[in-house]
Design a protein around this ligand. Structure first.
Ligand SMILES: Cc1cc2nc3c(=O)[nH]c(=O)nc-3n(C[C@H](O)[C@H](O)[C@H](O)COP(=O)(O)OP(=O)(O)OC[C@H]3O[C@@H](n4cnc5c(N)ncnc54)[C@H](O)[C@@H]3O)c2cc1C
Length: 414
């Protein structure tokens, strides 16, 4: 086992670790970056469907508010390094960015690998030593003082260490939860961990019959007192096992949390957010008057995709083919209830292997928000998803990884 000495050792070459390495090296520090996988930035490569949604155009205040209870902790970091700083940083590495929909920012090439290549090139230019296939197993100490890290191949002496190991989701891309034992070694507590930004498994089996179908204008909320006022608007896509979609992914962490205490959790869905019960009553009344011999499952397909319209008709105890003038009051009430307030029962998520982020992580109260330094062990810093910070879909998590990487890298090199 060889011994080597550096100013700063960084564990994990995701966006947080690579960004920390670059800013520390720009401050003339001798930096080493250890990555357990064969290549750096595995999650960046698969992010945003291979295009990497880097960040977005939300104003600072509304961006921060999307992080829920961790908003207060992350504010100083985003005050120092926010979307404009990230875009300039990436552009200066010769990767132009684009914002085609007016909100989400991607590399103009739509290739996430361009970002990884540029970060790797900048690390090389700054003489950052990158050791891939190098897993860090523990922190090492001299007396009570942090002295470096131990990998499977070597001991790396370094008075400053940055843990940027990500969460425990998407194992094949490095989400092994490798940072939690290291944090615990320094006395840090890890909060409960949940898969987040993950598809939901439903108790109903009919979504499988609609697999691949998207309902574009749904609205929905978690049927629990804590979330009933938090209505989400967006598309729902059916899968072989349940439901997904960007806004569905956003509520999945809360559902995973609730599923720890309850066997099932219901999501109330309006399949056409512009149509409330009274709108449907008025419309069905009009159909009864103007086109009484038309079939109800065909009529409602003017507002709801046909395959779903068929299922909701059957779920409302109405035979497919029933003419609108033959519907009983009870059938109409049931159908409208199912179209506007359907109770979709969730009994699981696709789990950590399919979750885009991990909810939970290193407890924030023991970390200084201005520097990302541990309050328990001077010289130890954290950055990225390993901390108990997670945001919704749309570039929030990668922005957090870069911003906290900047803060940790800059503070550690002071
Ligand atoms: C499919 C998918 C799509 C996504 N799309 C987006 C998107 O478009 N926009 C967005 O904002 N977010 C997206 N995310 C989330 C985003 O990728 C992560 O939040 C972000 O990568 C976290 O960055 P990080 O640097 O903290 O951790 P990671 O990117 O997970 O990097 C951590 C690195 O540490 C390494 N490591 C772990 N333990 C050790 C150890 N003991 N020793 C050495 N190395 C170790 C890992 O191998 C890994 O390479 C997506 C995630 C997934 C899975």
């Amino acid at each position: 086992m060889s011994n080597i000495r550096y100013d700063i050792a960084i564990i994990g070459a995701g966006p947080a670790g690579m960004c920390a390495a670059i800013f520390a090296a720009r401050n003339k520090k001798k930096v080493i970056l250890c990555e357990q996988l064969k290549l750096e930035g595995a999650k960046i490569v698969i992010s945003g469907g291979g295009k990497c949604n880097l960040t977005n155009k939300a104003e600072l205040k509304s961006f921060i508010s999307e992080f829920g209870t961790s908003a207060k902790f992350i504010a100083p970091t985003f005050n120092n390094f926010f979307s404009n700083e990230l875009i300039s940083f990436i552009n200066n590495l010769q990767v132009p960015t684009a914002c085609e929909d007016g909100f989400h920012i991607f590399p103009a090439s739509k290739k996430s690998s361009d970002i990884v290549k540029a970060l790797r090139k900048e690390c090389k230019r700054l003489s950052v030593t990158i050791l891939t296939k190098t897993k860090c197993n523990k922190l090492i100490f001299e007396g009570e003082q942090l002295a470096g890290i131990e990998t499977e191949q070597s001991i790396i002496y370094s008075p400053k260490v940055i843990i940027a190991t990500g969460g425990k989701s998407y194992k094949k891309c490095g989400g092994t939860g490798g940072g939690y034992p290291l944090a615990k070694q320094a006395g840090h507590k890890i909060t409960k961990l949940f898969p987040a930004m993950v598809s939901l498994i439903t108790e109903q089996i009919w979504p499988a019959n609609c697999s691949g179908l998207t309902v574009p204008d749904a609205s929905f909320f978690i049927d629990h007192p804590r979330y009933q006022n938090n209505v989400k608007n967006g598309s729902i896509m059916f899968t072989h096992t349940g439901i997904t979609g960007l806004r569905v992914l956003d509520i999945s962490g809360d559902i995973a949390d609730l599923l720890q205490q309850n066997k099932t959790v219901a999501v109330r869905i309006n399949f056409h957010s512009d149509m409330l019960s009274h709108d449907w009553f008025t419309l069905i009344k009009k159909w009864k008057r103007d086109s009484p011999k038309n079939r109800i499952h065909k009529l409602i397909s003017s507002k709801i995709p046909q395959r779903l319209a068929n299922i909701l008709t059957v779920e409302s105890a109405i035979d497919i083919g029933t003419k609108v003038d033959k519907l009983s009051e009870e059938q109409i009430t049931n159908l409208i209830q199912n179209m506007t307030n359907y109770s979709m029962v969730i009994n699981g998520t696709e789990g950590f292997d399919r979750a885009m982020v991990t909810r939970g992580g290193v407890k924030l109260k023991d970390i200084s928000p201005d520097t990302m330094e541990s309050k328990l062990l001077p010289g130890l810093y954290f950055a990225g998803e390993v901390l108990n910070v997670d945001g919704p879909c749309g570039g929030f998590n990668i922005q957090w990884a870069f911003s906290s990487g900047y803060t940790a890298g800059t503070a550690a090199s002071r």
